[in-house]
Ligand binder design. Structure first.
Ligand code: URA
Length: 239
């Protein structure tokens, strides 16, 4: 793996500024393989060198993968000037500079959302070509009919003429339905129901492929997962 300057490595992994890391290094707060290093330009091998800062090991993870149970009223974005975002809810020890939600849930939508700084992984999950299903529970202002189920199965044509891929619509109880899609157009589900005259009062994402929220992950809470755990869970159902 490519070597990195120690000040950059410490600043990226611990999310402190480069200048703060430099000052700490000059003061003797960093070690590499047991030796105190005061030269901020010293190169380290992130995967094999044992780096400490203030007595703590600076572990190396190339990317982080986080599941959040998104609450209502929070933006699916990395930053916003005035409104709270899902990345604001990530605990400090998991925060990274490039964290972004994988796809977007509307501000009023709740449920399963992945947050990562691994852009290639995010792209694969969102890409309609990968056919990864996303399931939602929708609270509607009317009932789902058999005609709607058939229409969604054929592929709804949205008001602007966009044709959606086939979707599975299932009535669960009065005014409540599960809908499963394999793409993620802007406000897609609300627009799909709009074509059959139904309004969406509540929307909750329950699954991405076979990945669901752990039962004990409360509204607004996050857990870290490995990439492999995520892939295994997602593909479990999609396989
Ligand atoms: N479709 C929507 O309309 N909103 C969401 O948040 C997700 C899918």
């Amino acid at each position: 793996m490519k070597k990195q300057r120690i000040d950059k490595f410490i600043s990226n992994q611990l999310l402190i500024s480069r200048s703060e890391a430099r000052v700490g290094i000059r003061r003797g707060q960093a070690t590499v393989n047991g030796d105190v290093i005061r030269d901020a330009s010293r190169l380290v091998e992130p995967q094999t060198d044992n780096v400490t800062y203030n007595g703590q090991t600076v572990g190396y993870k190339e990317y982080v993968y986080i599941l959040i149970n998104k609450p209502q009223g929070v933006l699916s974005a990395s930053t916003d000037k005035s409104r709270e975002t899902v990345v604001d809810l990530v605990p400090e020890h998991l925060k990274r500079r490039e964290l972004s939600p994988v796809g977007r849930l509307d501000k009023d939508t709740t449920g399963l959302l992945i947050i990562t700084d691994d852009g290639a992984f995010a792209h694969d999950i969102i890409s309609p070509k990968k056919n990864i299903s996303k399931s939602y529970i929708a609270g509607l202002d009317g009932d789902v009919t058999d005609e709607m189920v058939a229409l969604f199965k054929d592929g709804v044509v949205l008001a602007d003429g966009t044709k959606c891929k086939p979707a599975v619509l299932q009535s669960l109880s009065q005014n409540t339905a599960r809908i499963t899609i394999t793409e993620g157009k802007y406000h897609q589900i609300k627009r799909m129901f709009g074509t059959v005259g139904l309004g969406v009062n509540t929307l909750h994402r329950e699954a991405i492929g076979g990945l669901t929220l752990p039962n004990n992950l409360h509204n607004g809470d996050c857990i870290e997962m490995t990439k492999q755990q995520l892939i295994d869970s997602i593909l479990h159902k999609n396989a």
